[in-house]
Design a protein around this ligand. Structure first.
Ligand SMILES: Nc1ncnc2c1ncn2[C@@H]1O[C@H](COP(=O)(O)OP(=O)(O)OP(=O)(O)O)[C@@H](O)[C@H]1O
Ligand SMILES: [Mg+2]
Length: 230
């Protein structure tokens, strides 16, 4: 099994009980190879965020398995699962989720500290990432002084601090204008091409299509279509 391979096999997830029961995912099997960008599309409520939560070891399936690098994550203890997540998986969200009273630099440095408490040169690593994303003149700004596109670049820098092999992004361009959105697509694409990361993007945004290696469409909790190379 190649490194940093992600797989869900026969995975079903439901929420609630009896009449209120919702089947968010039904018997879904998908693989995500290193060095590829997969785009997950589908209507609202089709199970995209649920799939990302499974891949990110935030949620366990009712049935089926999730594998990270060949290890069945649902067989692990909560502490072991948390360790897998910390070492291997990072998230980017539509809502940025930055720490409001911290500068861009401290947001990224703290992200690294949370992921790897023993990491040295945290400020230097954070500065390098922000420079790489064109934010050299914004290092000491708090999120409220940043544009939405800049906030998302800080959030991506924070997610990448610690060099995680797997990056999961839920609607990362939904609130961004054309230029800022394209910029985020290019940044995540370069994480695949230059660093060989496994990137999974959930989005309604058709701008992602030309940046993706394959497109998975979910409908009502099932895989409706899979197009492109795996
Ligand atoms: N924590 C939860 N409790 C109860 N139901 C949930 C929960 N999370 C998701 N669901 C339900 O599961 C289904 C799939 O939700 P999910 O959030 O995965 O959809 P989505 O494709 O991400 O939708 P959107 O495009 O609106 O973000 C929906 O019917 C949703 O209401
Ligand atoms: Mg969602």
């Amino acid at each position: 099994m190649p490194n940093h391979f992600l797989r869900v096999e026969g995975a079903s997830v439901s929420f609630g009980h009896d009449e209120a029961r919702v089947h968010a995912l039904r018997d879904v099997s998908l693989s995500f190879k290193p060095g590829t960008l997969s785009l997950v599309m589908g209507p609202s409520g089709s199970g995209k965020t649920t799939l990302l939560s499974l891949l990110g070891c935030l949620l366990s399936p009712d049935k089926g398995s999730v594998f990270v690098d060949g290890v069945a994550v649902n067989g692990l203890s909560e502490a072991e699962r948390t360790a897998v997540r910390q070492q291997k998986i990072s998230f980017v969200f539509q809502a940025f989720r930055l720490f409001h009273s911290l500068s861009a630099l401290d947001n990224v440095a703290l992200g690294l500290e949370i992921r790897d408490p023993a990491a040295s040169r945290r400020t230097e690593v954070a500065r390098d990432l922000l420079l790489q994303f064109g934010l050299g003149d914004k290092l000491h700004q708090e999120p409220k002084a940043l544009s939405p596109g800049e906030k998302q670049r800080v959030a991506i820098a924070r997610a990448l601090a610690g060099n995680p092999p797997i990056l999961l992004a839920d609607e990362p361009t939904a609130s961004l204008d054309a230029e800022a959105g394209r910029n985020i697509c290019q940044i995540l694409r370069s994480q695949v091409d230059e660093h060989g990361r496994t990137v999974v993007v959930v989005s309604h945004d058709p701008r992602w299509e030309k940046f993706a290696d394959r497109i998975v469409t979910l409908c009502d909790g099932c895989v409706e279509e899979e197009v492109g190379v795996l």
